[in-house]
Write a protein that binds this ligand. Structure first.
Ligand code: ZN
Length: 256
């Protein structure tokens, strides 16, 4: 029964509807309301819940209008900076949506109060689903804005420890740019080159570059490979620690 409906919005944002039973859905990070209302109508769904990964306007812009028009409840981790929160959550909180568990994973780094949402597999729902906001992107990671590199790295590692076949849905489509960046560090990485070719083809056909999987990210996301010897050598940092390598990758991506 479960299904994720991807809604591209505001240029490179992804909004997600998740149908958790026949008539009901939740939405993740609605940057605007009109595209969401349109999809709800098209699929004949009620909106019960908004999940917010962090407070930035391009993840929250549609909250007030959706709440007004549907009466849905808002879930988020930052009462001060996210409008109209009904359920304030924090790390390891488990909520129930329909027959599913929804796990909150605190992932500070991009902002101090960023969280990701994870739905484990059940008998009725064989897909494990993870919404990562601006923490983990496909092939990349978010900018470090309110925390240090150690904090962001620890958050990314938490996500990487989820099951390999977890489907990863992120907040922006930076996928092609992320693989292009990775090739500036490792021009001969065959797996990344192959991924970039696939992504270019997907984009050419107007397809979505999500979802990925945790396994795919552990294999081809350069930031998650900060602990690999190949990356240390490529950066000419043979004796550096993992966090320093990660911080250097992120610094280079900031100016890419
Ligand atoms: Zn953001």
């Amino acid at each position: 029964m479960d299904s994720v409906i991807t809604i591209p919005a505001s240029g490179d944002n992804f909004i997600y509807l998740y149908r958790y039973d026949k008539n009901n859905a939740l939405v993740v990070d609605p940057c605007n309301s009109s595209a969401v209302l349109h999809k709800l109508k098209e699929h004949n769904l009620n909106l019960t819940t908004i999940l917010v990964t962090h407070h930035h306007w391009d993840h929250t812009g549609g909250i007030s209008d959706l709440k007004k028009k549907t009466g849905c409840k808002v879930v988020g981790a930052d009462k001060r900076r996210i409008p109209s929160i009904d359920f304030l959550v924090d790390d390891k909180r488990i909520l129930t949506v329909g027959n599913y568990e929804l796990h909150v994973i605190a992932t500070p780094g991009h902002t101090k109060t960023s969280v990701c949402y994870y739905i484990p597999a059940t008998d009725e729902n064989e897909h494990k689903v993870l919404w990562t906001g601006d923490t983990l992107f496909i092939g990349g990671c978010g900018r470090i804005l309110e925390c240090n590199a150690r904090t962001m790295w620890d958050s990314l590692i938490k996500l990487a420890s989820l099951p390999d076949d977890t489907l990863v849905y992120c907040g922006h489509d930076y996928t092609q740019e992320n693989y292009e960046f990775a090739l500036t560090i490792e021009p001969d990485n065959k797996a990344v080159k192959k991924r970039l070719r696939e992504i270019i083809e997907t984009v050419r056909k107007d397809g979505f570059t999500v979802p990925s999987t945790i396994l795919q990210e552990k294999t081809t996301n350069i930031f998650l490979r900060s602990d690999s010897e190949e990356i240390k050598i490529a950066l000419n940092m043979p004796n550096a620690g993992i966090v320093d390598v990660f911080a250097e990758l992120r610094r280079r991506k900031d100016v890419f």
